[in-house]
Design a protein around this ligand. Structure first.
Ligand code: ZN
Length: 291
């Protein structure tokens, strides 16, 4: 039997099929264009696989996740042009009479890392996954379940204390200006330095400023949730950047509580090549099938 994964990002979609061992058997990607065209591409892709038994969607948002809402399965008021009020799950459900799991992109990644941790024999009960890329977001898994009842968490938009050398930067979040996403998402490199992130050397002080903000997010997460570990993924994150985050985190936490070995607490994803959400989707599809 096969399980389907749709990782719906603001710039690209990744569709994959895999087995119960969460192994990718086939995958494809295409750019995110109009909802009609993009969702039709998903449907055309999965129609090739006769043995498909369930599909899981991990989507950019905001999305409606409350099962009792008439808008369950919709992408709601997104800044992504054309996508507001799109019936994502309904459109896929119309094409496939299968169980469909539905959550946020970051929850999908969090779940993938949660499942992989168990496979790697790390005994853990909870995990938070931050992505720092085009946007910033986080998903949280506690005891195999996602948190959030009125809606999904929006940890990418928390407030942080400003770095004294960064006070002239207004931030780029269209809603809040200098929230976490407004200060450390990928496009902030261009807003601050006029250069794309990949062209800003790691010695540039802007990295240390961003690490300071990311460390605050990890600190607040630690103090509010006390998870077993916090994973940082997304295009902006590297081992070296994570090292800077750990340094700031250690200073900010000031040994107030114990989080164990920092190198095992603030970590990069176990899944390579941003594959966390795909693994998470396979696991969530399997769960939807069993339930
Ligand atoms: Zn914001």
């Amino acid at each position: 039997m096969l399980l389907g994964s749709i990782e719906a990002g603001g710039t690209k979609f990744v569709c994959a099929v895999g087995n119960e061992d969460y192994r990718v058997i086939d995958s494809t990607k295409f750019p995110t264009t109009t909802p009609e065209e993009t969702l039709q591409n998903c449907i055309d892709y999965f129609k090739q696989f006769k043995d498909l038994r369930a599909i899981s969607i991990a989507s950019f948002g905001p999305i409606e996740i409350r099962r009792n809402s008439p808008k369950y399965g919709y992408v709601t008021d997104t800044p992504k042009p054309g996508w507001s009020n799109t019936d994502f799950v309904g459109t896929i459900k119309k094409a496939f009479d299968l169980p469909i799991a539905w959550t946020t992109d970051v929850n999908g990644s969090a779940y993938g890392e949660y499942v992989l941790s168990t496979l790697f024999n790390q005994r853990l009960n909870s995990l938070v996954y931050f992505t720092i890329g085009t946007g910033v977001g986080a998903g949280a898994v506690v005891d195999g379940k996602f948190i959030g009842d009125l809606g999904h968490p929006e940890m990418g938009h928390i407030r942080v204390k400003r770095h004294p050398d960064d006070l002239n930067f207004k931030g780029i979040c269209p809603f809040h200006g200098d929230c976490l996403e407004g200060l450390i998402s990928g496009p902030t490199f261009e807003a601050r330095t006029g250069k794309k992130g990949q062209d800003v050397p790691l010695e540039d002080p802007v990295w240390d400023i961003m690490a300071y903000y990311a460390a605050q997010a990890a600190l607040d997460t630690t103090l509010m949730m006390r998870p077993n570990k916090i994973v940082f993924g997304g295009g902006v994150v590297s081992e070296r950047f994570l090292k800077m985050i750990r340094t700031h985190f250690k200073k900010l936490l000031n040994d107030y509580v114990s989080v164990g070995n920092l190198d095992e607490y603030l970590v990069m994803p176990l899944a390579k090549d941003n594959g966390s959400a795909t693994v998470g989707n396979f696991a969530l599809a399997l769960k939807a099938l069993v339930e």
